[in-house]
Structures are given as C-alpha cells and as structure tokens.
Ligand binder design. Structure first.
Ligand code: ZN
Length: 70
C-alpha cells in the first residue's frame, strides 16, 4: 500500500484514490481533493514540512572590529 499524507489537510491519501499530485522540491505530494491540490499549488511553501530539511543558519558573521595598528 502506498499511503501519502495530504499536506494541506493532513490526512492519509492512497495513491490510487488521490485526486491529484504535485511535485515540489523533488518530493511528490498527493491530495485527497482537487481543492487541496489547488491550495498547495498556489502556496506550496505553506504546506511542506520544512522541519525535516536542513535549515541554513543565516546568523550574521560577527566581524571583529578592525583595530587600528599603531
Ligand atoms: Zn486534503
């Protein structure tokens, strides 16, 4: 059985009964209804689970104040 999680409403969707699917960032997402598919299609970043992805730590590098050499 191939079950997928509909990222919009968070329910399990079987691949064969899915209303549609969409590929985002190399991952295929399945949807239980066309409505979910459209929602996802419009704002995929709102629904994809980013927790599993590598987060780029964009902390600014602290530059040491350049001391004037005497
Ligand atoms: Zn759905």
């Amino acid at each position: 059985m191939t079950n997928h999680i509909d990222p919009v409403c968070d329910i399990q969707v079987e691949e064969k009964v899915a209303a549609g699917f969409s590929e985002h960032d190399g991952v295929t997402y399945y949807f239980h209804s066309e409505e979910c598919l459209i929602k996802f299609y419009q704002h995929p970043e709102q629904y994809v689970d980013k927790s599993g992805k590598e987060k780029l730590n964009d902390a600014p590098q602290v530059m040491e104040p350049s001391e004037k050499k005497r």
